[in-house]
Ligand binder design. Structure first.
Ligand code: NAD
Ligand code: ZN
Length: 357
């Protein structure tokens, strides 16, 4: 048995208004005149948050279009733009949901590693540490703020740059920043966290470390999505910590069937991670009976629409592509179904599942 020895985020600040400490937090990280780059979700363009960014002379704000999930060519373009314009930078601060946080992590790494980010999609391929990087979530659920990966769609696969150099040097958890997320989006990304918990807690890789975080995150999700009364600040507080704890839970275990199947949808159809997981999880009663029952309660209580029939009319080749992508996620299947998972999930069974989505 080889135990995972994992790298964690170095500094964490939590609390409403902690964003105001950013200036002080970044000061010791500044390297001469090299700028800090603030990569901000395009949702915040012309919003008051932009005026609260502690911008010094050479610093730069770049708004990131998150209509699609991050791509390797988007990462490469950003890194080469920054190298051309500044030579080097003091650091990069990602302010947004999982998409922007992943982009910031990847660009940080590509400032110091040669070639294309596509060369590093996989496990432990990154050669050199990136520049200083900080993550500031404005949407809770993915756990990207704590994970050792950055999920990218590349020319041949959708896979993370998974390495010890990938976690942030600093995260700022300020639940105030998540106040204006539209309810559907909040639910989809919140359910990413809920599904992380169910997949981790029912998986064969489970240990007491990931159970401790997973159970807490699960309870917080239940309080937030099954509790009474309208959505308020305390819900944002809880969901931000659920995301963090859910991320810590899978750091020492793995996700499962919903993620393995959802990756196929994401790769072929561009379905976004949160909603894709919901579409799949809705049909996974056979694998996660209790979790799916509770998920359906949450959907109903929060009056959320889960898209239906998104694979209707796809060709055999397209189904084959999704099946290949999904079966490629071996550790996920092994966590979900055990070491003999290949006997339990056949191509036919997976095809039938994809047809239901
Ligand atoms: P997202 O970052 O793609 O954002 C979704 C939408 O919410 C966007 O339109 C964005 O503009 C909007 N938004 C963000 N913050 C907002 C706010 N405060 N108010 C209003 N709108 C806001 O969504 P996500 O679900 O957080 O992230 C999904 C991405 O995270 C995917 O690319 C997925 O692959 C990645 N992911 C990464 C990890 C990891 O460990 N690195 C884990 C899970 C998912
Ligand atoms: Zn996820």
């Amino acid at each position: 048995m080889k135990f995972r020895n994992f790298k964690m985020v170095s500094y964490v600040v939590y609390g409403r208004g902690s964003f105001n400490q950013l200036d002080e937090i970044l000061a010791p990280q500044r390297k001469g005149d090299f700028p800090m780059i603030f990569l901000v979700d395009h949702f915040f363009e012309n919003k008051p948050l932009v005026n609260r960014i502690p911008l010094l002379a050479s610093d730069k704000i770049i708004f990131a279009d998150t209509s699609h999930e991050p791509k390797t060519k988007q990462v490469d373009a950003l890194a080469s733009q920054l190298k051309q314009e500044f030579g080097s930078i003091s650091g990069i601060i990602g302010i947004g949901g999982g998409s922007v946080m992943d982009l910031a992590k990847a660009v940080s790494l590509m400032m110091n590693n040669p070639g294309s980010s596509a060369d590093y999609q996989g496990w432990d391929l990154v050669k050199f540490p990136g520049v200083y990087k900080a993550g500031i979530p404005t949407l809770s659920g993915t756990g990207a703020e704590v994970s050792r990966t950055t999920v990218l769609t590349g020319p041949t696969r959708k896979l993370g740059m998974n390495s010890d150099f990938t976690p942030f040097d600093q995260i700022v958890l300020d639940p105030e920043l998540a106040a204006n997320v539209p309810p559907n989006q909040r639910f989809y990304t919140g359910m990413d966290c809920y599904i992380h918990c169910i997949e981790s807690l029912t998986g064969t890789f489970l240990n007491e470390f990931s159970k401790s975080y997973g159970e807490k995150a699960l309870n917080l999700c239940q309080e937030v999505f099954l509790g009474d009364g309208p959505w308020g600040p305390e819900h944002d507080d809880k969901l931000m910590m659920a995301s963090y704890a859910g991320g810590m839970s899978i750091a020492y275990s793995q996700v499962g069937v919903a993620h393995a199947v959802s990756y196929g949808l994401g790769y072929l159809l561009g379905t976004k991670h949160g909603v894709g997981n919901c579409i799949v999880f809705d049909q996974l009663g056979e694998y996660y009976p209790e979790g799916v029952r509770e998920f359906k309660q949450m959907v109903e209580k929060n009056r959320i629409e889960i898209p239906q029939h998104i694979t209707r009319g796809l060709t055999d080749d397209q189904f084959e592509t999704m099946i290949n992508v999904s079966l490629g996620m071996k550790p996920l299947w092994e966590n979900a179904l055990g070491p003999d998972w290949e006997k339990k999930i056949t191509r036919e069974k997976l095809r039938a599942l994809y047809e239901k989505l």
